[in-house]
Design a protein. Structure first.
Length: 80
């Protein structure tokens, strides 16, 4: 069981083909899903974490030693 991130991560394909029965993504966009997790729990994991990553690293250019204030972190992206 694997999860392929087709959301916002550059390696994930930018959402192209996300609703298709079969897609092709690079190996760094595929992650194993532990048996303890139901697939419905994993469905938006990539979108939330990749949106947070994109906001911090790509848009905000945040790096080691930078201080970040996360305000209103009650949704999926904020919790990521």
């Amino acid at each position: 069981r694997v999860y392929a991130n087709t959301a916002l991560c550059p390696s994930g394909g930018g959402g192209l083909g996300a609703l298709a029965e079969m897609i092709s993504v690079s190996s760094d966009a595929v992650f194993p899903v532990p048996d303890e997790l139901h697939m419905s729990s994993v469905a938006n994991l990539g979108r939330n974490y990749c949106a947070a990553y994109h906001s911090l690293k790509v848009i905000g250019n945040v790096g080691p030693g930078d201080l970040v204030l996360v305000d209103g972190a009650s949704g999926g992206v904020g919790m990521a």
